[in-house]
Design a binder for this molecule. Sequence first.
Ligand code: TIU
Length: 221
Amino acid sequence: MPVIHARPFDFAFERGTIGLVVIDMQRDFVEPGGFGASLGNDVRLLQAIIPTTRRLIEGFRTAGLPVIHTRECHRPDLTDLPPAKRDRGNPALRIGDPGPMGRILIAGQPGADIIPELAPLPGELVIDKPGKGAFYGTDFGPHLQRLGLRQLVFAGVTTEVCVQTTMLEANDRGYDGLLATDATESYFPHFKAATIEMIVAQAGIVGWAASTNTILEGLHV
Ligand code: TIU
């Protein structure tokens, strides 16, 4: 079985069952004027991983392996937005409010688009998700089963929120998850570092972690 050298030990995979999941690389999180900025975050921190994430995506494409993208967003009528999520904190703009990139975190608005540098190719799966995890309220799970995937490499933002939640959801459903450490980022660098350590601690209690170069070497691309 081929392996990717990872922490805490080698990540074994099959070519027919491994795929890349890129979480929420949307304008709303990465560009000024979106959801991330409305929460008071410095979105420039997330922009640093764009070239690495692009290399990871292109490596999977070159290897002929599936790339799946997710977008955190809500229906225009907000019926999938619990008050507990909308009313959290005291942001300048709330989900659904009009902002410089259209309504904040709403499907179909410019802010909910994946950033142009990492745009999905025609035919790549894009999962719109109302929650932090990609399994909740979506058909992500059935799509993974249809594609026959068992090992998932994760990239995207933010490490400790949507990426970690999706890795935990995937782990409970029997998928092996590997986090690409330089293709994920947080508004809080110490949260990113802690998340990586939490994932690989206890003999990989949640999963594995490796750099993009190491992942691409393991895939032979
Ligand atoms: N705020 C924050 O760190 N993250 C989110 O709200 N969503 C995702 O992580 N995608």
